[in-house]
Design a protein around this ligand. Structure first.
Ligand SMILES: [Ca+2]
Ligand SMILES: [Ca+2]
Length: 319
């Protein structure tokens, strides 16, 4: 009898312990779920706050560009739009942004104009490849990717290479929308992409004309690629002079780069002049907003028309 009572008591104790364990587990799960829901809710709130602030900053950037066009027709790095805003505290978060002149880079789409190779642009791109010890054939592969026909200049089929790949695809035969697409083109491996990225961009062609490069925003490597006569030293000199005092017009820059136009340098002078500008229409905007643990990033490409109207060409949020 005693044995039976003890056994019953033992079973009861185990039952109580079991119930307690279940209660503890359930409570822990509920607390965890509550914390998770709370975290989710604050994440959603923070994300909403971040996006609202980013949109505000984006509109501010449009205004800067619009105002700038009303003020002048020259674009350089000393102007307000070109100054990056350091992380600025806003209500419950931080906001920072940067605008770059995309015309300080080489527009890859300029290689093919009216379905034909644009020789001045090809020369720039070949020098850019050479500068980074990349094969000159890369420019041929890119031209074939951009032009509408499916034959290479050697008369072979462009797609022969792409269709033989493990995951086959065809040549796009159209303009690039993003620099990352270059990774699909024959020969453009990760190394080539990384080397070229600071110097190249993909912009629409205004009135089907090759894009000009803004010499007030171009890096030294870009200036070297723009003319065979611009050495590394010369490019550095031009950058230094441009920083002290921006180039107010193309002629002043070209004179400084290749010397005043004369019988001997006439061709080089004209060549460099034809691909240069001091006025930009395309800008890249990067805005980061940090609220709580959420960081949201916006990358957009803006177009500014001659009268200052700003429109968005592309916009990408992460996340
Ligand atoms: Ca300006
Ligand atoms: Ca083609």
């Amino acid at each position: 009898m005693t044995y039976h009572t003890n056994r019953t008591k033992g079973v009861a104790v185990i039952m109580v312990l079991l119930v307690l364990a279940i209660v503890a587990i359930t409570t822990a799960a509920l607390v965890k779920r509550h914390q998770f829901n709370q975290a989710m809710a604050s994440q959603v709130i923070h994300l909403g706050q971040a996006k609202a602030h980013i949109q505000g900053a984006e509109h501010f950037a449009y205004q800067l560009l619009r105002q700038d066009r009303q003020d002048n027709n020259i674009d350089h790095q000393g102007e307000t739009w070109a100054q990056s805003a350091p992380p600025t505290p806003v209500e419950q978060g931080f906001l920072h942004g940067k605008m770059i002149d995309l015309q300080g880079k080489f527009n890859l789409n300029s290689l093919v104009i009216d379905d034909l190779v644009h020789s001045p642009s090809l020369a720039v791109f070949k020098r850019l490849l050479d500068q980074h010890q990349l094969k000159p054939q890369l420019s041929d592969y890119l031209v074939d990717w951009l032009d509408t026909n499916s034959e290479t200049t050697q008369g072979t089929l462009e797609d022969a290479y792409y269709l033989a790949l493990k995951a086959p695809y065809r040549s796009a035969n159209q303009y690039l929308l993003d620099v990352s697409e270059l990774g699909l083109v024959r020969g453009f491996d990760a190394n080539a992409m990384a080397l070229l990225k600071p110097y190249v961009t993909t912009l629409p062609l205004s009135s089907n004309k090759a894009s000009k490069i803004n010499v007030n925003s171009a890096k030294a490597g870009m200036l070297m690629a723009m003319s065979e006569t611009i050495s590394q030293n010369k490019a550095q000199q031009l950058i230094t002079s441009g920083k002290l005092n921006y180039w107010p017009n193309v002629a002043k820059f070209v004179d400084a780069a290749v010397g005043q136009k004369s019988v001997t340098n006439k061709a080089q002078w004209q060549e460099l002049s034809d691909i240069s500008t001091v006025s930009s229409a395309y800008f890249g905007l990067n805005i980061t907003a940090q609220f709580g643990v959420s960081t949201t990033h916006l990358e957009s490409t803006l177009h500014r028309s001659n009268n200052g109207t700003v429109s968005v060409i592309s916009r990408m949020y992460t996340p």
